[in-house]
Design a protein around this ligand. Structure first.
Ligand code: GAR
Length: 206
């Protein structure tokens, strides 16, 4: 029997972080398996990839007419049905409601494209460039009620180049994200090397 922890991956778009998690999970040594890939967008490319690769792909009912509570209920129902024990947000562009966050306390993690607590929210790369920061990167953190605010599990950083644009920086950070998310997830599940709040910094040459 598999000792891998079943996880649900929630996404809204491209799904490259989900693919990084799926690639890692294909290894027998990785401590998680993907029990569900769910999206609030039926046309999300990440969902197509999941379908084509025989992952359990699910479109969440956005429940716009019925409010956020019912959307959260749709997430909870899909996750519970899949048997997932941990929710991994991977480019999921909806804010989870407080009841869902509280019910899954300590069991929802997210990847964000900045070195939190710097640059929560959107347009992180353009804002980092506008400020002239020399280091930038990504963070895997626990999800709490405050957006992009939960305890940090791991971070990866790179040096900002003078020639970087928001697009080149986003692409370079995304490469780091694909390394960081599986590593942080594995560390979180095994509880070995990266206790909460401890950052792991990978540096890449410019
Ligand atoms: C990633 O850069 C992820 O960090 C970001 O969305 C992108 C999704 O790409 N998430 C957030 O901004 C959440 N606050 P992907 O769909 O290719 O994984």
């Amino acid at each position: 029997m598999s000792t891998k922890t079943p996880i649900a991956v929630l996404l809204s778009g491209r799904g490259s972080n989900m693919r990084a998690l799926a690639n890692a999970a294909a290894s027998p040594d990785f401590p998680a398996r993907i029990a569900l890939v769910a999206s609030d967008r039926a046309d999300a490319p990440g969902l197509n990839f999941a379908r084509q690769n025989d992952l359990n792909a699910h479109v969440l009912d956005r429940g716009t007419a019925r409010g956020r509570g019912s959307f959260d209920a749709a997430i909870e129902a899909a996750v519970r049905r899949s048997g997932a024990e941990l929710i991994c947000l991977a480019g999921f562009m909806r804010i989870l409601g407080p009841d869902l966050v509280s019910a899954w306390h300590g069991r929802i993690i997210n990847i964000h494209p900045s070195l939190l607590p710097l640059y929560p929210g959107l347009d992180t790369h353009a804002r980092a460039l506008a400020d002239g920061v020399k280091l930038h990167g990504c963070t895997v953190h626990h999800v709490t009620e405050g957006v992009d605010e939960g305890p940090i599990i791991a971070q990866a950083a790179l040096t900002v180049s003078r020639s970087d644009t928001a697009d080149t920086l986003a692409a370079r950070v995304l490469t780091l994200e694909h390394q960081l998310y599986p590593a942080a997830l594995a560390a979180h599940l095994t509880g070995n090397d990266l206790p909460e709040q401890k950052a792991a910094i990978f540096s890449l040459p410019v």
